[in-house]
Design a protein around this ligand. Structure first.
Ligand SMILES: *[C@@H]1O[C@H](CO)[C@@H](O)[C@H](O)[C@H]1NC(C)=O
Ligand SMILES: *[C@@H]1O[C@H](CO)[C@@H](O)[C@H](O)[C@H]1NC(C)=O
Ligand SMILES: *[C@@H]1O[C@H](CO)[C@@H](O)[C@H](O)[C@H]1NC(C)=O
Ligand SMILES: *[C@@H]1O[C@H](CO)[C@@H](O)[C@H](O)[C@H]1NC(C)=O
Ligand SMILES: *[C@@H]1O[C@H](CO)[C@@H](O)[C@H](O)[C@H]1NC(C)=O
Ligand SMILES: *[C@@H]1O[C@H](CO)[C@@H](O)[C@H](O)[C@H]1NC(C)=O
Ligand SMILES: *[C@@H]1O[C@H](CO)[C@@H](O)[C@H](O)[C@H]1NC(C)=O
Ligand SMILES: *[C@@H]1O[C@H](CO)[C@@H](O)[C@H](O)[C@H]1NC(C)=O
Length: 543
């Protein structure tokens, strides 16, 4: 070395320094990214947890192979400290591998765990272990049915950092989840999202809403199908956006407190015992987007004030007794229930009511409506105003007492996919304008008085048709050969008409089905057709 003299030493020193800096820099970069290994004690905790699980489909394979537990499937670590933050072992659509077995309390060694999701697994009907209440940093506890049953442990009330608690239960018998009381809920003051769908809360019926009142940050509450009977009072929770109380025993009137939630976007009160006329105060819920009042015994007028619900996108009123007091004319409904003002309405379901309505030609329907179901309402004439409904995709006006023809303006529904006008008292021809509706997949015009022949253009223009129902009309003439172009057709019922001539050869492709069908789907009628007897022609395409 010495022979090489000073200058070289200086250069090599410089190189050495640069190399050192580079090395430091590189290894620094490594610790920041790839090299973080999980903490050994946490890894051992996870391995103990895994040991007690039954993992038949080897979902947790990576838990054995991979050294760094932060790379294990379902595990998410804090990327600066290496602590395990999340365990996501929920099973979601497309996966069929259920985890079973026992939950080992070793999980409690994961002191920084904020997120535990065990949804859709099957822990065999055991109780939710009480140690679940001892995670000091838990924010999200998701047990969306995970096969637990029995008493929900009070200890969950110790999870004072919890933001989201989901304890759905799918056992529908005494084996299911239940609570003795809900007092423990009041400690979860940070809770934003609470879902106890189908958990039996009947023993908390007298105080559940008091406990909810202790949760000032609650945004979403799903207490559907919880065996609840009373809504004593709910305080002004200004942040509440979703309230699902469907499938309980509430009634007979919607308590005023529900109308206080001015920020509510989603309100489900379906399948309860509500009766009588809806208060016009419902118009206070101006933020509401989804409103479900189905399967109750509401009657009388739909309040005028609902016209204020300018954010409404979906309204479901099916199976009620609305209409007792609504008179003949839809005009009155238009003026009363200003549908026209509901500029965001996308779906309107109102079948099985006793409303007598007439849709007036000057009715301007909500421009964004894509789905309308007025089945079993006694509409008057089918309105010729479809030109104003550009977005409509699904129309169901079955079982009405309409009169007159299918209006030509139906041809302006360029997005229409499904048109159900079954048993609706319609007469006249199938309108030529329907050939505009090239997106149509389902047509059901059964049980009407339609005349003339099955149009030829049908087989050419409506090339997406899967279901075609003309049963029990007065159609005559021959079956047009163009029907054979409908390569996607799966079900066709043209029985009980006055058709004549030959059955096109392409029908060899079809066979009758001897089981029950309703269009889309169950088959309700069948018999193989014969040449002589097109009366019974109900055919389903062979696979
Ligand atoms: C660490 O995680 C945070 C949030 O998950 C992310 O924004 C950040 O980019 C990550 N940092 C590194 C170095 O991966
Ligand atoms: C957890 O909750 C139970 C029952 O509510 C209580 O007795 C216990 O002291 C709590 N434990 C902790 C650590 O807070
Ligand atoms: C709910 O719990 C109550 C009280 O324990 C019980 O009487 C009732 O049968 C339960 N209901 C259901 C559907 O399990
Ligand atoms: C409904 O709104 C009106 C007018 O803003 C208000 O006076 C009334 O108290 C509200 N009712 C409820 C139940 O919130
Ligand atoms: C609803 O529309 C009607 C008629 O277009 C109008 O008179 C009424 O003021 C509107 N109501 C609201 C709340 O916008
Ligand atoms: C249908 O309407 C006609 C005439 O408008 C009426 O005579 C008939 O009783 C109605 N049928 C039903 C079932 O409402
Ligand atoms: C059918 O569509 C054409 C253009 O696509 C349009 O000009 C015509 O008005 C439509 N027919 C009906 C009845 O809406
Ligand atoms: C059936 O069609 C034939 C002609 O093909 C016609 O003579 C007959 O009147 C029609 N029957 C009915 C009930 O419409």
């Amino acid at each position: 070395m010495a022979v090489l003299g000073r200058p070289f030493t200086i250069i090599s020193l410089a190189i050495f320094l640069i190399a050192t800096i580079l090395t430091i820099h590189v290894s620094f970069g490594n610790t920041k990214t790839a090299d973080i290994l999980c903490i050994e004690s946490e890894k051992q905790a996870l391995l103990s947890f895994k040991k007690d699980l039954v993992d038949e489909s080897n979902r947790l394979l990576s838990w054995a192979v991979e050294d760094d537990c932060c790379k294990w499937s379902g595990i998410l670590c804090d990327n600066s400290t290496g602590y395990v933050r999340q365990i996501n072992l929920g099973r979601y659509m497309g996966e069929n591998s259920v985890l079973k077995g026992k939950l080992n309390p070793s999980l409690l060694n994961l002191k920084h765990l904020t997120h535990l999701d065990l949804s859709n697994n099957d822990f065999g009907g055991v109780q939710i272990p009480s140690f679940m209440g001892s995670f000091v940093n838990m924010r999200y506890l998701i047990l969306k049915p995970a096969g637990f049953s029995g008493l929900v442990p009070y200890q969950l009330g110790n999870l004072s950092t919890l933001r989201r608690l989901v304890l759905r239960d799918f056992y529908r018998n005494d084996k299911g989840l239940y609570v003795d009381n809900l007092h423990w809920l009041s400690s979860l003051s940070k809770l934003e999202y609470l879902d106890m769908y189908n958990v039996n809360l009947s023993k908390a019926s007298d105080h559940w809403s008091l406990m909810i009142n202790m949760l000032p940050n609650l945004r979403e509450l799903d207490f559907s199908s919880c065996q609840l009977a009373h809504i004593p009072s709910l305080s002004h929770m200004t942040v509440l956006e979703k309230l699902s109380l469907s499938g309980n025993h509430f009634g007979p009137t919607i308590p005023d407190c529900v109308y206080h939630f001015s920020g509510l976007k989603d309100l489900s009160l379906g399948s309860n015992n509500f009766k009588g006329v809806i208060s016009s105060t419902i118009g206070n819920l101006t933020s509401v987007v989804d409103l479900d009042l189905s399967f109750n015994k509401f009657e009388g007028k739909i309040p005028t004030s609902m016209g204020n619900l300018c954010n409404l996108q979906h309204i479901d009123l099916i199976y009620n007794k609305f209409g007792g007091m609504i008179s003949e004319a839809f005009q009155s409904v238009v003026s009363e229930f200003h549908f026209a003002n509901l500029s965001n309405l996308k779906s309107l379901a109102a079948s099985s009511n006793s409303v007598v309505l007439r849709v007036s030609p000057d009715w301007i329907p909500p421009p964004k409506l894509i789905d309308i179901e007025l089945k079993s309402w006694s509409l008057g004439k089918i309105p010729d105003c479809w030109i104003k409904w550009p977005m409509l995709m699904f129309v169901k006006l079955n079982n009405n007492n309409l009169t007159g023809e299918i209006p030509t303006s139906i041809g302006s529904l360029l997005s229409l996919q499904s048109l159900h006008l079954r048993n609706a008292g319609l007469s006249g021809e199938i309108p030529l304008s329907l050939q505009n509706c090239t997106e149509l997949i389902t047509i059901d015009f059964g049980l009407n008085e339609l005349v003339e022949s099955i149009p030829r253009w049908l087989g050419i223009s409506l090339s997406n048709l899967k279901i075609l129902g003309f049963r029990s009309n007065k159609l005559n003439g021959q079956i047009p050969l163009e029907i054979c172009h409908l390569t996607t057709l799966q079900v066709m019922d043209i029985s009980h008409n006055n058709l004549s001539g030959n059955i096109p050869v392409c029908f060899n492709n079809f066979q009758a089905m001897a089981s029950k069908i309703e269009y889309g789907f169950p088959i309700y009628y069948s018999r193989w057709y014969t040449r002589d007897s097109m009366e019974t022609m109900f055919v389903v395409k062979k696979e």
